[in-house]
Write a protein that binds this ligand. Sequence first.
Ligand SMILES: Nc1nc2c(ncn2[C@@H]2O[C@H](COP(=O)(O)OP(=O)(O)OP(=O)(O)O)[C@@H](O)[C@H]2O)c(=O)[nH]1
Ligand SMILES: [Mg+2]
Length: 462
Amino acid sequence: MAAPFSELTDRLRRVRRRPVRLGIVGLSQSGKTAFTTALINHLRRHDPRRLPLGNGTVTLDWVARLPTQGGLPEFPYERCRDMLGLKREWPRKTVATSEYRCLLHRSDWPSRSLDLDLLDFPGERLADLSMAGRSFRQWSESVLALLRTVPEYHAHADEYLALVGSAAPPDEILAAYRRLLSRFVGAYLPVITPSSFLVTPTGDYVDMDRFNAEGAPYLEAHRLIGLDAATQFAPLPESAGELASEFDRHYRGYRAQVVDPLARWLSSCTELAILIDVAQLLSGGSGYINGVKRNLSFLLSHLALGQRPWHALAGNLAQFLSLERIRLRGVRRIAFIATKADRIHRDDHAKLEHLLRDLIPDAVKDAAFHAGLRFETFVCAAVSSTTSLEYPMLQARLPGHEGESVFPTSSVPSEWPESLPPLRYRFPRVLPSAPEHRDTPPRHIGLDRAINFLLGMSGSDR
Ligand SMILES: Nc1nc2c(ncn2[C@@H]2O[C@H](COP(=O)(O)OP(=O)(O)OP(=O)(O)O)[C@@H](O)[C@H]2O)c(=O)[nH]1
Ligand SMILES: [Mg+2]
């Protein structure tokens, strides 16, 4: 007997799922978890008045949560949403990678649904992407080049560079590298790799209160650079000989357990949201800004940007056929998102977007030209928690204060300053403002534009 019509359309729907694997990436504290939580909130209860999509009348209907792929734990959505709404606190700092997958039905796609897959990870791991697909020697070279050539990093590196040039014993080299990374933490320098120094593979995060009280000696004595105490490693020059093969073994173990799973997931993304907290960059100063750029360029160098197979074919037939480095499914779209825009006065949002545009790496522009990659910039606040009053005043709830406060926030410069010490700019942290009712998504700035772009819903972008 022929299957009833409804069953047939149901089957068709299942076949016609459009997979969107969205990598939400950014440094630690760039706003990934808050963004992911707000996004899921909007998708679960889509209200086109709060998040207009397509021509403004498109609705998304939540069909089901789907099992995660690759054995990752599920993103703790309910816990994060309750922190925002009930506890009025921001979600906790992420210490483990997690995934969220769901099926959505789009009102303008009668026979296709959207299989959306998201990932959240500790931002510290981004610094380790300099290991993805690279040998210990290559990773060492890239770290040592940073220490030799980038002034803010070089300023701390004399002792380490002198030591690795001599035949010092391994324990001395490891202690010196830990000391160096401790200084980086104190100087807001984000190239801290291996990132186990800050977040261990089992999710133990550095005790910042203790660091603030005891300083670098606490980190140097208690944090590890490797999977455990016995398998630590540090970058070595080519001349290092015997020791290099021991560190190489430790490096490979670390890469396989900590870096490769994340790198694999990211390299299978179809869409990327790169979250950049411009206020954090301005407060962090030149060394922080240079470190962010470096971490992003390692991330992008690991991904296939664009999806035009014939360009890859023309480039290198052997690589194309092996499908190892150049995949048919590369990244289709990248949204560069200036997050937490509510911490910046709304009159400065145009300047914010201008600064963000300046951070787009050339590799992205090349891939747009050669391989059909689409990219755009957005100014967003996933959980908008302030009100802009007369420039430069904001109104919001501040930690440790009763009720709402009115306070000034720094003005955003029209260009990136040529040289910038840390903490010249200050953008106060505020408490979140989100409805207690879990089903009502928080107020946002610009999230709809970014989501329209990422889900391919903006005009001709379908
Ligand atoms: N005002 C405002 N602050 C935000 C917003 N999103 C995040 N924040 C602030 O930024 C902090 C970090 O946000 P998270 O979402 O935890 O950042 P993350 O990128 O997940 O950080 P890691 O877990 O360390 O990788 C929060 O604790 C808030 O203080 C926002 O939309 N508005
Ligand atoms: Mg997080």
